[in-house]
Design a binder for this molecule. Structure first.
Ligand code: CO
Length: 468
């Protein structure tokens, strides 16, 4: 049994009043962990191609007084309802394009039917919890029942075709900052701020670009947004004419540098562009200002082949799959230096799905990052790691034959040290054909409790803890 079990569809929706708990849940832990991820990889005789394509399912673990309840529900997106109605995949996803006829393809150029299969992350937007993918179609849901409410319409006329599933939420004000891209005769990145309770995306910076880069996330400090243009770029005409799935229009060029573009939020001015060696990343970890520079920590790869490693056929093949990268620190001078910036590795311990104490250190100096890791290259993600970015030292948690998902940090209500709190992770146990919620002491990284659910949960991406 291997991690391939995490890419099997889960069709069953369940509500369990009380999960069995082994160990002792922290008495102070009170709230709901909601996780998002794909759970259905086939419709009729069609199959999605990539891990990022499957139909979204939400999972909620409600914790109070040492007890845990669980429920899971599909996100009732238009993509899903159309697919179920017609018995075939309906809308184009990250690496799947169902456009079957030239006519439909031409029509879709003029009236793009972007997917609302929001299987990547969740966030609070305009007072609602929404599920998100990389299109500007967030889908609101009820965090208690997981019932789908519907696509949140923005109250502005910003015309973007992509929007990151990794917005930043200001720890004090709750303001969301996000970025999207518009494709056309001229292409632009748009950095926008959305006030809590508002559905208006206020554009803070507009950056022109000839060939947009695929950027899954971006960096944000108190005063600056940092877009990291990896040399995985698309000619926008290809996107319209080539007829390939979204991501397959992007081309990797090892000859081109990575280009960091830094925009000042107060006036939208692009204050500097900084070049670095070619690399690829999904996840910015954190960024902060330090003297005349911006420090930007990112989980990077040598190239974009990691995207190819995550096609379902490969993930299900039992072949070794590397799924973790290296934590690198880029120091971007604000003074307009044109020399190449060399990234500095922060630890030998590799990771992915990085999380920090985002309520305290988002955009500020910090010490700890948590993530999934791999004991051996190719093991997919068979451990959890905690890295001290100052010393490079790390702690790990692992249990033979199990595969943990993204570790979400929940701070202790009494505050204290940056790592005072617990870590929540949903772990797949293929031998038992089920998953369990794992609770670790964030400081010592030792297990406090676990609560098994009655089925195996396919590997998801991101989730958030909603405190009571
Ligand atoms: Co992500």
């Amino acid at each position: 049994m291997s991690y391939a079990a995490g890419f099997k569809s889960l069709k069953r929706e369940a509500t369990v009043g009380a999960l069995p708990v082994e160990g002792a849940m922290p008495q102070w832990l009170s709230g709901t962990l909601i996780r998002n991820g794909p759970a259905q990889f086939e419709v009729g005789t069609d199959t999605y191609n990539h891990w990022f394509d499957g139909l979204a399912m939400l999972h909620a673990f409600q914790v109070a007084d040492g007890e845990v309840s669980y429920r899971n529900r599909f996100l009732e997106s238009r993509s899903r309802s159309e697919a179920l109605e017609h018995g075939q995949i309906s809308r184009a996803e990250f690496a799947t394009d169902p456009c079957r006829s030239i006519f439909r393809r031409v029509m879709s150029i003029f009236r793009p039917r972007l997917t609302d299969n929001a299987c990547i992350n969740i966030a609070k937007l305009a007072g609602d919890w929404v599920a998100m993918t990389e299109t500007p179609l967030p889908v609101a849901f009820d965090p208690e029942t997981l019932e789908t409410v519907g696509v949140t319409e923005f109250a502005d006329d910003l015309d973007v075709q992509t929007m990151t599933a990794h917005p930043h939420i200001h720890p004090d004000t709750g303001q969301m900052t996000t970025y999207g891209a518009s494709f056309g005769r001229s292409c632009r990145y748009h950095v926008c701020a959305i006030d809590p309770g508002s559905r208006r995306r206020d554009v803070r910076a507009r950056l022109p670009v000839d060939r947009p880069s695929y950027m899954h996330s971006f960096g944000l400090t108190e005063r600056y947004a940092i877009l990291s243009e990896w040399p995985l770029r698309v000619n926008p005409l290809d996107m319209l004419l080539e007829g390939k799935p979204f991501i397959e229009n992007y081309e990797w060029s090892a000859q081109e540098p990575t280009r960091f573009r830094v925009a000042r939020l107060s006036d939208g001015e692009e204050v500097t562009q900084v070049e670095a060696p070619p690399a690829f990343a999904f996840h910015h970890v954190n960024a902060f200002e330090q003297g005349d520079a911006i420090v930007c920590d990112i989980v990077t790869y040598n190239d974009a082949s990691t995207i190819d490693e995550l096609y379902l056929e490969r993930l299900r093949s039992d072949e070794p799959t590397p799924a973790v990268g290296t934590l690198h620190r880029y120091r971007l001078p604000l003074g307009g230096s044109t020399s190449l910036v060399k990234p500095e590795p922060l630890s030998e311990t590799q990771l992915e799905l990085p999380r920090v104490h985002d309520q305290r250190i988002e955009g500020r100096p910090y010490r700890f990052v948590y993530g999934v890791g791999a004991r051996k290259a190719g093991n997919f993600t068979d451990q959890l790691v905690k890295i001290n970015v100052e010393s490079g030292a790390s702690k790990t948690w692992r249990e033979e034959g199990t595969y943990p998902g993204e570790p979400v940090f929940v701070p202790s209500p009494t505050g204290g040290a940056e790592d005072s709190g617990c870590i929540l992770s949903v772990v797949l146990d293929p031998k038992q054909d089920r998953s369990f919620l794992l609770v670790l002491d964030a400081e010592t990284f030792s297990e406090q409790a676990r609560a098994p659910v009655p089925h195996a949960i396919p590997f998801g991406f991101h989730g958030q803890f909603l405190g009571n």
